[in-house]
Write a protein that binds this ligand. Structure first.
Ligand code: PAF
Length: 282
């Protein structure tokens, strides 16, 4: 396994691989790897000759300094986890300086409104930061395919839009959410939860499952009310948003339209940690 922290060396190594007709799957991450990441890496390896895993806590996508500082970092452990999976792996772990030089800022994209709702509403500038770093990683690595988890479903749709606007010729692949046995969506942020809260956090997925069962018979507004009241009664979690939205446009559902796919989206705080989840409804 190769570990690079400079773009130049990574690019020249990958050029050599491409000359040998080896296909490349890219898995962008911010490290603190868990089973969800491992499943992305395994998918990338099953569909390509080589997986490039980037590990970079991207400062421009954090709207709160405190959140950026507290984001878990465990590069040595991450590298050890990846080493166990396969030798057909390249780790790219650059510094902030290597990625941004002395201009740590984001491009401004027109995501056609995909960035104005949910995460975008509550995390100013977040998606411009994600778009900027993912565009740079895609252009640097030039993968055949790039893999992203559906836990960040809005991010996935925004990355697809960015790739389309910028005419990037790389396939963007969405992968299903990996969950703990109690249903909690796997996330690096879960490390910051107490054991008790982690156990109780199955409540988030349970709520989404009930939403799904209500979706056939109840209106979106009655479901929104129900979710709000469930969280008002639960002292462990504080609800930031719950939304039922069209999968493609991410616009909140008013009335169900035939042929449209809908998803429920949620963000809550527990132990001061922000957790998100989503579930396809039809
Ligand atoms: O989902 C993440 O971990 C990050 O947003 C990503 C895609 C690696 C960009 O920094």
């Amino acid at each position: 396994m190769h570990v690079f922290d400079h773009k130049k060396e990574l690019v020249s190594f990958l050029e050599g691989e491409r000359k040998k007709n080896r296909t490349i799957g890219l898995v962008p991450t911010m490290g603190a790897l868990h089973k969800g990441h491992v499943s992305l890496v395994e998918k990338a390896l099953s569909e390509n000759d080589l997986a490039v895993v980037s590990i970079f806590v991207n400062p421009t996508q954090f709207d709160k300094k405190d959140d950026l500082e507290k984001y878990p970092r465990s590069l040595d452990n991450d590298v050890a986890i990846l080493r166990e999976i396969s030798k057909n792996m390249v780790v790219f772990a650059p510094t902030v300086d290597e990625i941004y030089g002395d201009n740590v800022s984001s491009q401004s994209y027109n995501f056609d409104g995909l960035d104005k709702v949910m995460e975008g509403e509550f995390r100013a500038g977040h998606f411009n930061g994600v778009g900027t770093v993912v565009e740079l990683l895609l252009r640097t690595v030039g993968p055949n395919k790039a893999y992203f988890g559906e836990k960040d479903f809005q991010q996935l749709q925004i990355i697809r839009k960015m790739a389309k606007i910028k005419k990037l010729p790389y396939a963007i692949i969405g992968c299903p959410i990996e969950r703990e046995p109690n249903g909690l969506a796997m996330s690096s942020r879960n490390e910051r939860l107490s054991e008790t809260t982690k156990e109780e956090a199955g409540f988030i997925h349970q709520t989404l499952l009930t939403v799904k069962s209500k979706f056939g018979t109840e209106s979106a507004s009655s479901i929104r009310h129900w979710v709000k009241s469930e969280f008002e009664e639960n002292p462990v979690f504080s609800l930031e948003y719950f939304e039922i939205a069209d999968e493609d446009t991410l616009t909140p559902m008013l009335k169900k339209q035939d042929g449209q796919k809908y998803r429920a989206f949620i963000a809550v705080y527990a132990d001061g940690v922000r957790l998100i989840d989503n579930l396809r409804l039809n």
